[in-house]
Write a protein that binds this ligand. Sequence first.
Ligand code: 3EB
Length: 330
Amino acid sequence: MRNDNKQFGLAYLGLSEAGDYLAQHDGRVLGVVGFGHRATVAHTPVWVDIPVLGGLGTSVEVWTSNAPVEPLAYQGLVGASDGNVLFASLSLEQRAGETLEMLATQAYTGIFDFIDHHDYPNLLRVWHYFPKINDDENGLERYRGFNIGRHTAFVASGRGIGAENVPAASALGSDSGALTIYFIAGKQPGKALENPRQISAYRYPKLFGPRSPIFARAMSATLGGQYCCLVSGTASIVGYETLHRGDAEKQAAETLLNIRILLQQIPHYNAAQGHMSLKVYLRHAGDLDMVRSKVQAEFGMACEAVYLHSNICRSDLLLEIEGAYFIDAR
Ligand code: 3EB
C-alpha cells in the first residue's frame, strides 16, 4: 500500500504516475529525485544517472509531508521543510585539479552550514552518488578519497563521530554527472541503530581507507505521526569484512539477513502493518531476477522495490539494499 495523500512518507513512481501523485500532494512535497532516463517532472527533481532495471526506464522518488512545506535555499543548496524536517540537495561538478576528497569536504561543509543556518541541525539520512566510484584518483580509490573529505568536514563542523551525530546513508556509483547528494535533517535528533553483526562503519579498520565512512546502519525518527526507520545501504558485510566474494546469490542472502537483524531492533516493527520501500543496487544487471525473487521471499509482494544498475562502494560488493520503513506511530 502506498502512503495515502496526507501522510509523511515516500513513494517510488514510474514517470506516468509521477505527475498525478505530485499534483495530489501539491504543497506537501519535500523532495523529488529522478533515476534513469531524464524526463520532465514537476518540482525540478535531482537527477541521478543510474539506469533503472526491470523495464521502467525512469523511477521517481518522492518524499512528502503530512504538513505544508516551504522552500528553503542557502549558499547554492536548495530544499524544502515542513517545520519538523528538511529535505535538500546539492550537486558539485568536479573541475580540473579538484579531487573527490575536496568535493566531499566542500559538500559536507555546505550541508552543515545549510542545516545549521536553518536550524535543522540533526542530519538523519544522506544519499551520495558520484561517477567512477571504484576508480583510482591520485593513487587512492575515489570512494576512499570521498571518506577522507567527509571526515574532514565532520571534524571541522565540531560534530563528534559517534551515535549522536552520524546519519544513515548510502554511497553508490553513477554513470555520469556531478557529486550529487540529497539529505533529510531534523529539528530533533533521531535514534541511530547499529547492526550487532557488523562493526559500526565509523569504526572500520584502516584497511578500508585512511578514514572510515561515517554513517549509522539505520536512523529512526517519528515524522508526521509515522514511526520511520531509514535503513542505510546494506551489503554482505559481517564484522567489517565482505563475505562471499564473487557470489551474488550468497551476498544477497547475507545482505537480507543483515537487514532482518537490523529490523529486529525496531520496537514497532510489524511486517504486516508497516510499509517497507526498498532501493536495490546491482553491480550486474544479470542478477536482477535472482535478487528480486529473494527480496520478494523476504519482504512479500507488498514491498515496493526499485532496482538500479550501479557500482557499489566496495569493489568486491555485488549488491547493496537500502530501505525505508513506515508505521503509524499511534
Ligand atoms: C558498508 O556497509 C557498505 O559511505 O556513506 C553503505 C552505506 C556503504 C553508506 C557511505 C557506504 C556508505 O560499508 C557501504
